[in-house]
Write a protein that binds this ligand. Sequence first.
Ligand code: 5GP
Ligand code: MN
Length: 338
Amino acid sequence: MNLEITKALKALLSEPQKIVIIPHKNPDGDAIGSTLGLWHYLRGIGQEAQIIVPNDFPKFLKWMPSSDQIINFEWDTTKAKALIKQATVIFTLDFNHLGRIGQLQPLLEEAQAKFVMIDHHQAPADYAEITYSDVSMSSTCEMVYNVIEGLEGTDHITPDLAISLYTGIMTDTGSFKYASTTSRTHKVVAQLIEKGAKNTKAHNKVYDTNTPSRLHLLGCALKNMVIMEDFATAYITLSQEELDTYQYKKGDTEGFVNYGLTLDGIVFAVIFIENKEEGIIKISFRSEGDFSVNEFARAHFNGGGHTNAAGGRSELPMAETVALFKSLLANYKDHLKA
Ligand code: 5GP
Ligand code: MN
C-alpha cells in the first residue's frame, strides 16, 4: 500500500464516520473474511461500521466470529437502504466494479458517501475516492492486513479479526498453493497465527463440514466431466435437475471446478452450473500457467476475475452454452497446448 493511500485513509479515519462495508454478490471466503476483518478493526478503533452483503453466503462461512452481525440486503432491505443513505464512508471489498453487487448497484451509485475500494481483481473501475487495487495480491484479506499495518493498527488485531483474515487468505489461495501465494502472504499468515488465529479450526470449519448430499453432487459433477485432451481442457456441467436431485445448497459447488486441473496435462478447467431461477448458466473458469481465464471470461461470457480464476455467465440454455464454449476453444488451441 503506497504512502498516498495510507495518508488518505488516516485522514478519513481520524474523524468519526458512519461506515458501511460491502463485498461482491455471492460472497466467498475472501469477501466475508475481508469485510469481517475490516469490520473488527474499525469497531476496535471506535468507528461505527456495518457490513451489508448483496445476498446470502454459504453455511461453511457462518461460523466466523460476528458473521451473524452481517446484514443481508435481501432479508433486511429497508435497514440496509437506510444505512447506505446515511453512510459517510463506504468500503467496497473484493470486487472491481459496481456491476458485481447485484441489486445494491443503483443504491451505491446514488450514495453520498466517500468510497474506498480494496480489491485484487483485474481492471478496477474508478468510482472510489481512495482506490487500493493490486492484482498481484493473493486476496483482499491480505490487503486488509496491509491497510491495518499501514495505519499502525496491528495492536488492534484480536483473535477474531485474525481468523477472519486467515480464512479469506486460505480460501483465495487454495490453501496457500496458487501462484498468487508469496513469501509475504506466508509472513502475513504467520502474523495472524501469532495474533491468535486458530489455523486448523479454519481449515476444518471450511473444508471438513461436507454433507452426504454435497459429496453425492460432487460425484455427479465428476461423472459429468468431459475431458478434451487436444485442448488441455476439462469441463463439468450441472443442470438444475441434478442440483435439485442432490438438494443443492448455496456453496455446495464451491471448489468443484478445480478437479479438472488435478488431471495431468489439463490447464483449463470450467464448470457450467444452471440456475433456473435467474435464467442463466453461471460459469467458473480456472487455469494453470499463463492462459488468462480473466480475458477469456471477459471476451466471451460477460465476466472477469483473475488470470487463473474467473467467472462469467451465459443466458443461452446449457447445451448451447457448452456448444459455444467448445467452438471457441479452437481459437485458443495453440495457447492451451503450448
Ligand atoms: P468463482 O468462479 O469462484 O465464482 O470466481 C472466481 C473469481 O472470478 C473470483 O475472484 C470472482 O470474484 C470472479 N468472478 C466470478 N464471477 C464473475 C463475474 O461474473 N464477473 C466478474 N467480473 N468476475 C467474476
Ligand atoms: Mn478475493
